[in-house]
Ligand binder design. Structure first.
Ligand code: EPU
Length: 422
């Protein structure tokens, strides 16, 4: 098992490139189940979760590979008419986004058997809204032995009003609706850029979708779809945001290449309030960090609000800010697991329910720390960049699920961060 060792105190400077978005790549790869033939995706990030999704596609009978040659991050998926429409527990337990195959399978193959994902470190995360959507379209759903089984000869269009905004729920039901008979209207749909990106790919396949990126998505079902010849996956807004915070927390000056400003509006606004100078440049976003950040309050919400996936990173910046900041987590019930580790590094953070009170301190000190989930791991690395001395972040496999060689990217900006065997 690897760990990342950071010697803090270096100012980051230079240019760094953002990889393709994990949370766009996962539904896009699942969507390959909707059409037979050879699909080609580029700029697919080399992440553990992407490898898990490729493995899942292979267990169902597709060929799926991330090529080592050719354009960066090229993934090819060959989908055949006969597949085994089943996502086994062994894979779903390592990556809950495996549930994204449910919609495409039932729409294209009339049957899906997918292990129920269960809870995870950040919350209970049920999938009732995914099932509600499929049921409204006529799927027969049964739950047995820890699996959900969905069957339908052909799904029928329906109007579905989600009880809460769900990203993968919207994506799953949208993928099911593209092959349904008639019109489906998704109300209270997620507006995340990854939903829009998936709609772009489905449209390339021949789907008829309107309104992706707004709360109401209208899908007119078609009889069949064709494989995607070429799609370049959009840049990862959360990785971009994490790199902006790396610049901010070291008082650095970094150009984050490929960052899309419109995807990061809420995070940019908070970074500016904290004293960062953020400018949109022709190829990305530049962040010049302040000497001492100012405290700002943050409340997570669905897009276009402040993303829960950036909460831990901004909390680290607030941990060394001038003043006290209130951070409220509204999406997941257990997403403050980084707090105890940050406090071990000298931060002053206390939690009351869904709120963290962060009293800024002047100094953090390096310590051995343990990551418990993906964004928590990223926040500990950011804390290590700022801390005095030596920080060892253990259980880096969480980080590798969502960041492509983060320590190498930070090192290219002047950080002292290396990966070692734990
Ligand atoms: N929810 C339900 N029922 C459902 C679906 C969701 O109660 O059927 C609840 C969840 O428990 C949660 C809230 O609704 O409290 C929102 O969850 P959502 O479904 O939007 O989350 P998700 O689709 O499972 C995606 C990302 C997460 C990201 C969230 C929120 C992917 C693969 N994952 O998860 O990414 O935090 O949206 O933006 O797209 C990460 O990358 O670190 C990560 C956790």
């Amino acid at each position: 098992m690897d760990k990342i060792v950071v010697n803090g105190g270096r100012r980051l400077e230079g240019t760094v490139e953002v990889s393709g978005a994990k949370n766009a790549a996962l539904p896009i790869l699942a969507s390959a189940l909707l059409a037979d033939g050879e699909h080609t995706f580029r700029n697919t990030p080399g992440l553990a979760d992407v490898h898990t999704m490729l493995k899942l596609l292979r267990t169902m009978g597709c060929e799926a590979e991330r090529l080592t040659e050719g354009p960066k991050g090229t993934v090819k998926v060959w989908t055949r008419p006969a597949i085994t429409p089943e996502a086994p527990y062994e894979l779903v337990k390592t990556m809950r986004a495996s549930v994204l195959v449910l919609g495409p399978l039932v729409a294209r193959h009339g049957r899906a058997r997918v292990s129920l994902p269960g809870g995870c470190a950040i919350g209970s995360r049920p999938i009732d809204q995914h099932l509600k959507g499929l049921e409204a379209m006529g799927a027969e759903i049964t739950l047995a032995e820890g699996y959900v089984e969905a069957r339908a000869k052909r799904l029928r269009g329906a109007t579905i009003n989600f009880d809460m905004v769900t990203v993968t729920g919207t994506e799953n039901v949208m993928m099911a609706a593209v092959l349904a008979e008639g019109r489906t209207v998704l109300e209270n749909a997620a507006r995340e850029p990854e939903v829009e990106e998936l709609a772009r790919v489905l449209t390339k396949m021949g789907a008829r979708i309107q309104g992706a990126g707004t709360p109401v998505i209208t899908i007119d079902g078609v009889a069949s779809l064709k494989a995607v010849e070429d799609h370049v996956i959009v840049a990862d807004r959360i990785e971009a945001g994490t790199l902006l915070v790396a610049a901010a927390i070291t008082g650095g000056d970094v150009l984050v290449k490929h960052a899309v400003p419109e995807h990061l509006d809420a995070a940019i606004q908070k970074l500016r309030e904290a004293g960062c100078r953020i400018t949109a440049e022709p190829h990305g976003l530049r962040c010049v960090g302040p000497e001492v950040p100012r405290s700002v309050d943050i409340t997570t919400s669905e897009h276009p609000g402040f993303p829960t996936d950036m909460q831990a990173q901004l909390m680290v910046l607030m941990a060394v800010a001038d003043g006290t900041s209130i951070i409220t987590e509204n999406i997941f019930e257990n997403r403050f697991m980084h707090v105890a580790e940050l406090d071990r590094m000298g931060a002053h953070i206390s939690i009351k329910g869904t709120t963290a009170v962060v009293k800024g301190v002047q100094r953090l000190s390096g310590a051995p720390v343990m990551a418990t989930d993906l964004r928590a791991s990223a926040s500990l690395i950011l804390a290590g960049l700022r801390a005095e001395g030596h920080t060892e972040v253990q259980r880096v496999y969480h980080l590798d699920r969502g960041y492509e060689r983060l320590e190498e990217k930070l090192r290219s900006l002047g950080a002292d961060a290396v990966r070692m065997k734990a």
